[in-house]
Design a protein around this ligand. Sequence first.
Ligand code: NAP
Length: 270
Amino acid sequence: MNNHCGKLTVIGAGAMGYAFAEGVIRQGLCEPKSVTVSDIDASKLSFASTRLGVSTTHDNKEAVKGARVILIAVKPSVVPIVLNEIRDALQSDQLLISIAAGVRLAAIESRLPPQSKVIRAMPNIACKVGRGAIAYARGSVVEEEDVKTARTVLEAVGLCVEVPENLMNAVTGLSGSGPAYVFVLIESLADAGVRLGLPRDTALTLAAQTVLGSAHMVIGTAEHPAKLKDLVASPGGTTIAGLDALEHAGFRSAIIDAVKAAAARADELG
Ligand SMILES: NC(=O)c1ccc[n+]([C@@H]2O[C@H](COP(=O)([O-])OP(=O)(O)OC[C@H]3O[C@@H](n4cnc5c(N)ncnc54)[C@H](OP(=O)(O)O)[C@@H]3O)[C@@H](O)[C@H]2O)c1
């Protein structure tokens, strides 16, 4: 079996940590025995071991030994505790990827030995189904080979792009929080269908598939969304009537405001 990302250690086996462990195994990037998962919660370790066949431990320091990549997937407030635990066990060739929201590269690097290789990433909840949108920023000493390795791990659960770290809060507002906005959009479309007489499950299926198909068109055609919108809005037709109603309701500015508000909140929390 391929082992493109080398041995992986995941610290924190919650929603995200589990998704990454599952993703690298599902993609054939790591054999289950090459993945070590560490957590303070025995039930999460037992779940990961049973479902994925990974090695497990409660000991974060022990967990990092021999790993090529260490993924930090604990809550932001726990990151300093974990870094203090593992710092003396870290080797200079190991790559640490933190997905903790709002925890800056400088804060991570300052708790680790000099020359430690760190990448900060911001995933979203869709990583749980292998369709995440992930942005990452590189630390001060990572090399191209490390970035390549990090991308291999991140791409196991979605699509990834690099950004300068100062844009991470913008990413948080857009793709980090974005699934929630889209869930509300899907729910609203489905409610509208029900209001017009469609059965709930039919309305929900049509709503979700409409969002999925539209996203595929944007990515697959690489066309500007405005051009795709124009394609479906024939003169005097139904779609332009719907778009007219959206403009009256301030749909675009509501979305822009949502992203700005979430980014501002990320800034406050950071
Ligand atoms: N979930 C998302 O959609 C999302 C999106 C973007 C970024 N993130 C980031 O991803 C990180 C993980 O989020 P999550 O939703 O997966 O959190 P989570 O479900 O709470 O998972 C964190 C896990 O870490 C465990 N833990 C706590 N202290 C630990 C320690 N000292 N050593 C090892 N494990 C420890 C927790 O155990 P207990 O539950 O017993 O405390 C829990 O099992 C966070 O930093 C978050 O900001 C999450």
